[in-house]
Design a binder for this molecule. Structure first.
Ligand SMILES: Nc1ncnc2c1ncn2[C@@H]1O[C@H](COP(=O)(O)OP(=O)(O)O)[C@@H](O)[C@H]1O
Ligand SMILES: [Mg+2]
Length: 294
């Protein structure tokens, strides 16, 4: 994953390339071991999840490092709660801190103050692996390897759960079965063995979603999943997220399109300069935005 600022060089989590960042992220986020029972009862493997008032993500007074170019921390005293089973849209102008906030939920941002709890567990170095099992992340731009087929990209979502020697001669059959099922369920049966670079933007985004679902997460974070897609493809990606939400997945997605936010979001959180300036219903979002920069 590269953290990019128009004025700065891209900075990578591992200090290497974006591909390395993704592989390392996957390795760190060791997935749940998929049981035969789950494979036989597949419905995105989310049937045990349900809506509740239980906080699955809780941010209290979250503050990230001070950035001299901004003359403030990127996350500047963030307080918010996401309930299990919610569909939350994260909105704000470019540079507001949306991507940084999503990354902070999986421990990719160092905090100088405050606390983030995922499913009631405080996010620390020690329990990062445990927490990352529950949280799937869809990085901005999809983060796929274009030269690999759709199924191989999806299988990369299991790297964290497999030892190197287990993948030397390919992934176990149960991983392949799950990857095939996910791609089929997302409407990509014909594209399973096609190179991802040859797929349309919408299809690529679905491959990225399937990849994130390989670890059977309870929470899916999606950073601008519709950016760069045409109207139909955007709609299809949002419908996919809505279907996952219907099945119990908690969705937190960054969007720029306010009409999509209104249509799909149950709640909107608007950030400005690293602070939450609105947290509530997805009504009149345009009006909420008009307060920014006033
Ligand atoms: N690691 C970093 N170091 C310095 N500045 C950063 C870093 N990451 C992001 N930024 C800056 O912080 C601000 C918020 O970034 P980001 O979370 O990507 O915003 P958004 O996703 O809302 O567009 C931007 O101005 C960005 O350039
Ligand atoms: Mg962003």
């Amino acid at each position: 994953m590269a953290i990019v600022d128009e004025n700065l060089e891209p900075r990578h989590f591992t200090g290497k390339s974006a591909v390395w960042d993704l592989i390392v992220y996957d390795i760190l986020s060791a997935g749940l071991v998929m049981t035969i029972y789950q494979i036989a009862n597949t419905n995105f493997h989310l049937s045990n999840l349900s809506k509740s008032n239980v906080n699955c993500i809780e941010c209290s007074h979250v503050e990230s490092d001070y950035v001299s170019s901004l003359q403030r921390p990127i996350l500047n005293n963030i307080n918010c709660q996401i309930n299990q089973g919610e569909f939350v849209v994260l909105l704000g102008l470019n540079g507001a801190g949306k991507s940084t906030l999503l990354k902070s939920f999986v421990g990719l941002v160092s905090l100088v103050q405050g606390e983030i709890k995922v499913n009631g567990v405080s996010l620390t170095k020690e329990n990062l692996t445990q927490i990352r099992r529950d949280v799937g992340m869809l990085f901005q731009g999809g983060g796929l390897i274009r030269q690999l087929s759709a199924i191989d990209n999806v299988l990369c979502g299991r790297l964290g759960a497999r030892k190197t020697q287990q993948t030397l001669f390919g992934f176990p059959q149960r991983d392949r079965t799950l990857a095939l099922e996910l791609l089929t369920q997302l409407g990509l049966k014909e594209q399973i063995y096609q190179k991802t670079g040859q797929l349309s933007g919408g299809q690529q985004q679905k491959v990225a979603i399937a990849r994130a679902l390989m670890q059977s997460p309870q929470i899916l974070l999606a950073d601008e999943p519709t950016t760069g897609l045409d109207v139909i493809a955007s709609q299809q990606v949002m419908e996919t997220l809505a279907e996952l939400h219907q099945q119990g997945l908690t969705i937190i997605t960054v969007l720029h399109d306010l009409s999509l936010a209104t249509k799909y979001g149950e709640r909107a959180i608007i950030l400005d300069s690293g602070k939450v300036i609105y947290d509530g219903k997805c009504d009149n979002l345009q009006q909420k935005f008009s307060y920014i920069n006033k």
